[in-house]
Structure formats: C-alpha cells, structure tokens
Design a protein around this ligand. Structure first.
Ligand SMILES: [Zn+2]
Length: 79
C-alpha cells in the first residue's frame, strides 16, 4: 500500500483483515510471533470495530504479544 493510499481515508480505505470482511479498518493490531520474529519485528493487522476483539483474541490465544492502536498509528515494537 502506498503512503498516499494510507493518508487518503476515502475510497482507498484499508479493509479489515478478518476473512471475508470488507469493512474499513478503524483499529490496528500490532503483533509478533516470538518464536520466529526478532524483538523489533512488528506485524500489523487492520481491524474494523466488529472484528477487533476476535482478531486480537486469535493472536493472544497463540501466545503472541499484541498492542492495539487506532488504525494508522505505528508502534516501535510489541513486548
Ligand atoms: Zn471486520
């Protein structure tokens, strides 16, 4: 995704990462798999209001650290 697309909240809005969901993302879930990712590696999922909880729960159930922010915010790392 281009930076311009990220800044444009209109037609180019990023959809939720949940399977089959096309709702625009309102939240970001930043996570890392400690078994394969270094400490400074951050993966980010986009989430709509409806899927924020279930996506975060799926990550936490695997033992992954998760940091939730508003969509568009970034984090340096997830502990
Ligand atoms: Zn969704």
């Amino acid at each position: 995704m281009s930076l311009l697309a990220m800044l444009d909240g209109g037609a180019g809005a990023t959809p939720c990462s949940a399977a089959g969901c096309a709702a625009p993302a309102a939240h970001a879930l930043h996570w890392r798999n400690p078994r394969i990712h270094a400490d400074d590696r951050v993966k980010t999922w986009a989430a709509c209001d409806a899927h924020r909880g279930s996506l975060a729960e799926r990550l936490r159930s695997r033992g992954f650290p998760v940091v939730e922010t508003a969509f568009g915010e970034t984090v340096e790392r997830v502990a």
